[in-house]
Design a protein around this ligand. Structure first.
Ligand SMILES: Cc1cc2nc3c(=O)[nH]c(=O)nc-3n(C[C@H](O)[C@H](O)[C@H](O)COP(=O)(O)O)c2cc1C
Length: 171
């Protein structure tokens, strides 16, 4: 099983708490036999989505940008069975680097809308085999991270961490 583990903290190893959380998860996944690649988004060039919709019109499935996202990360993300989104909590949601990554996955969506079970959405371009795991690090003063991000709605797992007590969070 292939796993792509994305860490969007701008802070380096040994400082980033998101990194501490992610390392523990990755270690467990490897022990369970998964092939995991950790990617630090701070080391990658990911341009902002221009909102031009070229990936829906002129070049279906292909973004106009030629950067690390289109050359390396998007193909790896497509290949992965599980994508882990590890982000620090910034202003009640994912941080800007993670948001930029998520926006750049637009080529994966079909341009039209369908309705299933009363919900309207863009279908995915390929058979969705990918599971998403969502890992978020916030400050200790806000242990329940009470603002679930709106951007990640599929199969997401929220992990809260209490460094001070080590107890399992109630949320
Ligand atoms: C710009 C900014 C916004 C933040 N917003 C929140 C927030 O809304 N809620 C929260 O609990 N912590 C917030 N924090 C604290 C970070 O989530 C916390 O410092 C986290 O441990 C950072 O992760 P890192 O160590 O992996 O970089 C914010 C920090 C920054 C720099």
């Amino acid at each position: 099983m292939k796993v792509i583990a994305l860490n969007s903290s701008p802070r380096g190893e040994g400082i980033s708490k998101t990194g501490v959380l992610l390392d523990a998860l990755v270690e467990g996944m490897r022990e369970a036999g998964a092939e995991v690649e950790t990617i630090h988004l701070r080391q990658k060039k990911i341009n902002n989505c221009m909102g031009c919709f070229t990936c829906w019109t002129k070049s279906p499935g292909v973004c106009i940008h030629k950067d690390d996202m289109s050359r390396e990360l998007f193909p790896k993300w497509l290949e992965a069975d599980i994508a882990v989104y590890a982000t620090p909590l910034y202003h009640f949601t994912v941080n800007a680097s993670m948001k930029a990554f998520i926006e750049r996955t637009l080529p994966f969506l079909e341009p039209f809308l369908i309705k299933v079970d009363g919900k309207t959405f863009h279908p995915l371009r390929q058979i969705p085999r990918q599971q998403w795991c969502y890992l978020q690090q916030g400050s200790r003063s806000n242990p329940c991270l009470n603002s679930s991000p709106h951007t990640l709605t599929s199969c997401s797992a929220r992990v809260c961490w209490r460094k001070s007590t080590g107890r399992r969070p109630k949320c």
